[in-house]
Ligand binder design. Structure first.
Ligand code: SF4
Ligand code: SF4
Length: 103
């Protein structure tokens, strides 16, 4: 499991740094960087916290294929997961946050 940070999209807001439970992310020259991707356990907190969708989570092969990237758009009532497949195609999954804690 791992994430990647697109430095061209990052605005250095620090939101991802604040939410990482492992304190793995740092700001460097106003841009987020992960200290060591091998320490990331894929909780996706930083992916959801980034308002710029600068952080992508790589899905393992058994979850959609190597090279597939997962982005999140966390809004007040919905959480939209966007999958970007290696062939360029995309798929979105919208979760209604008002209904997501009942299980
Ligand atoms: S996915 Fe979770 S553990 Fe990995 S860098 Fe992001 S917040 Fe930290
Ligand atoms: S939350 Fe996104 S824009 Fe903000 S520092 Fe992290 S990667 Fe950059």
């Amino acid at each position: 499991m791992s994430i990647s940070i697109d430095r061209s999209k990052c605005v250095g807001c620090g939101a991802c740094v604040e939410v990482c439970p492992g304190n793995l992310l740092v700001l460097e020259n106003k841009c987020a960087r992960i200290r060591d991707v091998r320490d990331c356990w894929g909780c996706t907190a930083c992916v959801k916290a980034c308002r710029r969708q600068a952080i992508a989570y790589y899905l393992a092969a058994d979850l959609g294929g190597a090279g597939t990237k997962l982005y999140a758009l966390d809004e007040k009532r919905t959480l939209t997961w966007r999958l970007e497949f290696p062939d360029g195609s995309q798929q979105s999954i919208v979760v209604d946050k008002t209904q997501s804690n009942q299980y």
